[in-house]
Design a protein around this ligand. Sequence first.
Ligand code: UD1
Ligand code: F6R
Length: 365
Amino acid sequence: KKGNYDHFMQKEIHEQPHSLTTTMRGRLRDGSVVLGGLKDNLKTIRHSRRIIFVGCGTSYNAALAARPFLEELSGIPVTMELASDLLDRQGPIYREDTAVFVSQSGETADTLLALEYALKSGALCVGITNTVGSTLARKTHCGVHINAGCEIGVASTKAYTSQIVVITMMALAIGADSLSTQSRRESIINTLPGLPEKVSEVLKLDGEMKDLAESLMEMQSLLVFGRGYNYATALEGALKVKEVALMHSEGMLAGEMKHGPLALVDETLPIIVIATRDACFSQQQSVIQQLYARNGRLIVMCSKGDAASVCPGGSCRTIEVPRVADCLQPVINIIPLQLLAYHLTVLRGFDVDQPRNLAKSVTTQ
Ligand code: UD1
Ligand code: F6R
């Protein structure tokens, strides 16, 4: 079943041009987005006072990646909840809210308990899942299947990118009645069909990521700095590295760097800075300058053609990725980090598909 691949995680990473194609199949029609599972509820969602995303782990990160675009197109405040924390706090949810539950398996205990809790409040409960017939799909009022195909590796990879694309399409559907965002929506809808091709292009970095993994395999720790659309990329990249390569890694909001993390920086600690082109680019350039000034061991992820200009003194290692629309860039940017986590795991001699202590679906609290 693994075909020409050594591990399911590796197969699923390389499958992403295909899984993203099936995620979008039949859902882009005549320049608009059609999500069969949501169309009867779009009006209710548009009138809600708040959209709350609920999930765990990678599914939470996917929602975080798509959040800025959903806020932009809906004009509705979008808040984020880790399922366990929502339950611990018994945070208030109202009937005017739309609660969106994101889960690859559709069987995660914390997410399902949070759903039970939200259902009692009278809020519209929407599911986003990869599993037809799962408890999440059955108990939500409506939702969208991500159709990424069965994911076997414990570390979620192709489900993450498909979740981002589905939430992005959901934002396009929710915003479809707004004239002021029409040209923005059209430009994104027009680029969606070309996304799998760009994913194939970034997958060619496999060999380069293996080399990078060789240079990092003995490290104790790895930091990843991102912001804006790619704050989620930093969290998700670090999650992959810690869960499969069993290396300490933290994803951090670059805007928080001066409020503590900067104290960690020295010439030994490797730091990946995500600085692809978007509205946050100049802020990330100044983050790079500040890390450079403290002799940080920098690895910069940048847009194609920027390698020579992003590094002060041309001193740091770079990962050049193809540029896509800002809200879709997280789909591209996570892929080198998935490859890096994969190669680090193989080089360090750990089990790729069954990381110690972890289960594919966390059905107990
Ligand atoms: C559906 C069919 C698909 C068919 C297409 C043709 C299913 C599962 N999907 O896809 O095979 O090709 O019509 O038009 O039969 N739902 C939830 N909660 C969730 C996820 C989904 O309630 O977490 C509900 C949706 O609201 C919808 C149904 O499940 O009523 C199917 O959702 P989805 O597969 O996303 O719908 P389509 O893309 O229209
Ligand atoms: C990370 C990972 C976990 C899951 C989390 C939620 O690679 O797989 O963090 O994302 O357990 O699982 P689902 O999406 O099935 O609810």
